[in-house]
Design a protein around this ligand. Sequence first.
Ligand SMILES: [Zn+2]
Length: 334
Amino acid sequence: MARLPHALREGIRLLDVHTHIGVSPFLYLTHAFPYCQSLRDAHDQNLRAGVSHAVVFPMGETVYYHLPSLAKNQIRAEGGLGKVPFAFENEHLLRQLYEQFPGCRRNFIPFVMVDTLRETKAQARFLEKLLETWRFYGIKIHPRTTHARIATLGREGRPLLEFARAHDLPFLFHAAWPGSADPLSNIQELFVLARAHPGLRFCGAHFCSFHLPTWETAARLDNVWVDSAAMTIGCECVRLKNGVYESGPSKVPADYRDPPAVFAELARRYPDTLMWGSDNPFHTWVSTQRLSSGKWSRCRLWSDLEREVELLRDVRGALRRKVAVENALRFLEG
Ligand SMILES: [Zn+2]
């Protein structure tokens, strides 16, 4: 069991399990928004919005990748910066937290980010060294941005899995429902890993894409949790029927014009599985992408941290404590 230190654990009233800092080279190079956030900005927003603690990790890609390829949404793992994937981003985050802004330490629970497909042995060795200097409490994986499907953690990513086991660190995956256009993040592969490794803990981000059968499976697994990251714009996607999330008959029944009502329904159905998370700053998503058809797709979805906190509006008492704090502590500490 991995206990958070007392100084970090005391005074937890609202724990955001999903916050990013740093820079996303891909989003920057493709003129998307947001593409960066500093630790201090995230800290100040948290104080204003009443978020007492936040799990924080880097953004989606690493400067280890070859930047001209990344701008074309291709991953080439040579010609970039740093010793291994995410070496720069992980060290940067921990230096910001422990050296540059130690006043922020009581607000943040740092996770590191990994690439589950490339240089995984060397990444595990690097993280082992990093842990001698600075503590971190979990591992974030983004299968879509690293172009490495979830299942690779059990294969090429095995050294990272064993590193997590040795230090009792949980995994938080960006995840999507089986009907998604993103097969790399298919949450079914997370369920396979969770069954194969009952001693490890897993979170699938993004509310199972509102897909009811996926929620039912997640809720049956004791070592799986699900977060609400970017749920306000998620409800907007359902209303737009843009295909990002389930918007047909298999969605969790609720009024998607009212995101807090959707969150309350998920909390009622899955009181031990749901964890509140904002995805700050990616509660907002603005991008312009050229599709393979040659057409341009424009996406403008706006939220802010206050609106993500507002998701908890209708959840009170012991249930609020569970989804706002206690489930996250079980995920973090075991
Ligand atoms: Zn995220």
